[in-house]
Every structure is written in C-alpha cells, then in structure tokens.
Write a protein that binds this ligand. Sequence first.
Ligand SMILES: Nc1ncnc2c1ncn2[C@@H]1O[C@H](COP(=O)(O)OP(=O)(O)OP(=O)(O)O)[C@@H](O)[C@H]1O
Length: 548
Amino acid sequence: MSQRIRRVYQITRTFLSYGLDEIVPTRWLPWSLRIARYGLFWMPNRHKDKSPGERLRLALESLGPVWIKLGQMLSTRRDLLPPDIANELAKLQDQVKAFPGEQAQQLIEEALGIDNVAEIFDDFSVRPLASASIAQVHTAKLKHGADAGTDVVIKVIRPDIRAVIDADLSLMETLARVLARHLPDGRRLKPEEVVKEYRKTLLDELDLLREAGNAIQLRRNFEQSPLLYIPKVYSDYGRHNVMVMERIDGIPVSDVDTLNALGVDMKLLAERGVEVFFTQVFRDSFFHADMHPGNIFVSRENPHDPSYLGIDFGIVGTLNRDDKRYLVENFLAFFNRDYRKVAELHVDSGWVPAHINVEDFESAIRTVCEPIFNKPLAEISFGHVLVHLFNTARRFEMEVQPQLVLLQKTLLYVEGLGRTLYPQLDLWKTAKPFLERWMQEQLGWRAVVRSVKENAPFWGEKLPEMPNLLYDALRNHRGRMEQQQQLLTEIRNNQRQQLRTMGLAILSGAMLLSTTILYVMHQPVWLVASAAAATVLCGIGMWCRTKA
Ligand SMILES: Nc1ncnc2c1ncn2[C@@H]1O[C@H](COP(=O)(O)OP(=O)(O)OP(=O)(O)O)[C@@H](O)[C@H]1O
C-alpha cells in the first residue's frame, strides 16, 4: 500500500510539475480539485516555457514504460486528440535501462527447466542485444536439432514488469474515472474505454506464447512470398515469458542513408510495403498492427528486388469479411467522390445506426472530404481519410470499432514509412488495383466459384453419409406421417362423441322445458310423469357419454 501511495505521489508530482493540470482550464474543474491544486502549492509548473503537448510527452517519458506506451497508443487516436498533442506524443521513444544479463539468463533457465543455458544454446550473450520496455533480447546459437548452429535471439519478459503494469494500470483507471466525471469533454474522450483497451493490449504483449503464435501464423501466410520474411520461431523453447526466434540481419527501414548507399530500389521498396500491408488485410485478414519503423528491416540481399523482414508480433489485427468489404467500398466510393454511397455504406454495415438521416450524414462527409481533393491524388493520405471519415461518423453516433482503429493506425504507419522511403509514392495508384481486384473477387461468378471451393471440403466430408441420412430422413418422415394419421383419427372420434353429447344435452334441456310446461298447464299426471322420465333418461345417457 505504501508503495502505491508513493507511486500516486510521484505521478501527481510529475503531472503538476509539468503543468498538465493547466491543460484543463481551472473553471472546468470542480471546487474539490481546485482546492487540492492550491494545497499542493509546492509542486508548481516548472516547464511553463514548453507547449502543452511537449509537457505531456515529457511527463509520460519520465513516468516510465507503461505511460510511454499509453502515450504512443494515444498518438494514433487522432479522432480523440488535437493534432499538436498527437504529433508530440508520436515522438515518444522508450529508452529503457537494460536489466542485468545474468538475471535474464536465470529467468531463461528457470522457464526452460534447465540448470544452464549452455545445455540448449551455444554462445549465449550475457550482454543484451536490445532492451525494450517490456522485454529484453539476448543472442545465442541453437545447439541441437536440424537447425543446430542457427543464430537466434531469446526474448525475455522483464522480471518486475507485471507488478509495475498492474499498479500503474489501476492508477490510470482511477485517473480515467476522475477525468470522465469532471472534464466537460470527458464523455467524448472516453478515458475509461481508452484505458480498458490499453490494458488488453499491454497484457497481450506480456504473453510471449501469444506473440509466438502470431509470428508462426504470419510466417505461414508469407511463406511463398518474396516480399516479406518472418523469422522462424522455435516453439519447443517457448514459454509465457521466453521466446526463441531465428535472428535476422537487416537494415532498419528508417536508415534511409544506408538503403540508398546500397542502391536499394526505393520506389519498389515503398510500393512493396503497401502491397504487404494490403495483402495482410485483404487476403489474410490478419495484419501486423505494430508496424513502427523499429520493427521493420530491409534485407541486404538483392537491393534491386528488395524485400522486408519483420519482428515483434505482440499486436495483430483481424477484420471480418463484412468489415473488409465495407472498407474497400468506402475507399472506392470516396475516391469516386460518391459521398451518398459512403454514407449509405456506414448505415448498411451497422457502423452507424439506421435512424440517422442519410442526407445530413452525406452532407457532413462532403464538407470534410471535398477539401482533401484540393491536393494531388498522390498526396492524399488513406489514413487521414479514415480519420476524417470516422470523426464525422462519430458525430452521427458511430460506435468505436477497435479493429478499425487498429487498421487506421497501421495504415498511418505504412503511409509514413512509404513516403519516407519514396516521397512521391502514389498510394492510391498502388492500392487501387488491389482493392478493385478484391471487390471483383467478392462479387459475380468468381465469388460463386470461391464459395463452392470454400464449401467443397464440407460437402466432400458429408457426401458418403448422404444415403444413410436420406434413408433416416425418409423413415422418420413415414413414422411421423403414421403418427399424424393416428392423431387425426383420434381427434375426429372425439369430435363425433362431443357432438352426440351436445345433442343429448339439447334434448335433455328440451324435455325438461316440456315437463315444466306440461306441469304448469295442469296436464294429466301420466303425461307429466312420462315427460319427466324421458328427461331423466336423456340426462343419464348424457352423463354416461361424458364418463366414457
Ligand atoms: N528476430 C530478431 N532478430 C534480430 N533482432 C531482433 C529480433 N527480434 C528482436 N530483435 C531486436 O530486439 C529489439 C526488441 O525486440 P521487440 O521489438 O520484439 O521487443 P518489444 O519488447 O516488443 O519492443 P517494443 O517496445 O518495440 O514493443 C528489436 O528492436 C530488435 O533490435
């Protein structure tokens, strides 16, 4: 508890000394927070000379990895933050101190249940190759198996990170609740939702078995492709906190000078980046969603026919067929300036509720999108088109779609990367044939052929069972027909019986009435007695029928 109090104090001091409280005008704050702020007079804003965005960035940087990663994630939420703050947060870099290599070695030995790393690896390097916010990476060579001698990297989760993450996340959740309640814009910014999403992303990244699974799937998807190479994962040595993977040797994609010096065809490289992304999204529905430049390398081989190498598979995105279809149609409609269609697509896909006025929505889309076409087509950013579209749609009650937010973020990375490599990259020209081809495959006879092809294994499996199933169905049908016939006969008999009983009831009533009339008219006794006897007989007959 005392640790938590200390951390709360540290976070409060950092926030106040970077003047983050001043980002929110005092008049918006409730009196309790204003008094608390005056009470903490010994923590003044020490960075008055800096812009609010810069102050936020520096505060997050000084609070450590969990806050840095939050800032990095927020930098992609341009639908929530003003551009100057989002741009500042995009600069966040995690320069984290390495933890001792001996401790990493011990963690690996414990996880793999061995006494010494030398049992499995040669040349284990105690000095880390890299140290990131969540994990540290060491190099070694495999000692056994078909790949003996292969250079590998061993990724180990930081020993103390889980406790830090848990503590900081619970503080963030408290802070998010306060912000949601007290900020006038709190509901729109959805701080609680943002922290919830962040918790999931962070906890997913802590599980290296999950990351290994993602890497294996991505490697399988690109096994035949010359465009992207994914290193091999050695699953036998995989644990929740340890991952062993083939070591790659490439040029960081951000190292443009080295790429130019090597004579890499930069135009082709940039176009291939776009192609890799669209292939992942539209062919595989499974995309690497952490494509920042630190995770992408370029092969040193064949500079004229360049290819990528990818690492860090902690965050991946998936899209279902409907999402993909609406996305493609949206892009195509947008570039054809068919805003009516864009509006209708948002409603059809269920992203925007059906009661929305499509004309108003269309007009709002036109207002934000038309100015985009003032630029040459080659300069239009797909990512920003999506940001504008989603921002507009949000005003028309569009719910946050996490899979689309991830896609939009990745698209911004891919575009940024492409334009760094080749500033004249015409993303639309590269992507359009891709999108049109995909649409054609989804519609018309190709779609029918594909659907038949997709369902063929199912029918192939079920076909041998068909005669038996048919025989069973016919037999059951005949049985059911006989049962129905029996039921029908019973119903008819019942009806007949009821009719007879009713006839007797009417007769009894008539006889009783006649007896009463005869009696009242002082008719002979024998006549009245006969009528009464007939009434009793009818009554007995009716009683016997109802009992039968
Ligand atoms: N297969 C590999 N081959 C060579 N180097 C690698 C490999 N995997 C990781 N590295 C190195 O280790 C660094 C950290 O790896 P990785 O990005 O997977 O860790 P992380 O903890 O997920 O980092 P991040 O903070 O970017 O999420 C990379 O930037 C790269 O330099």
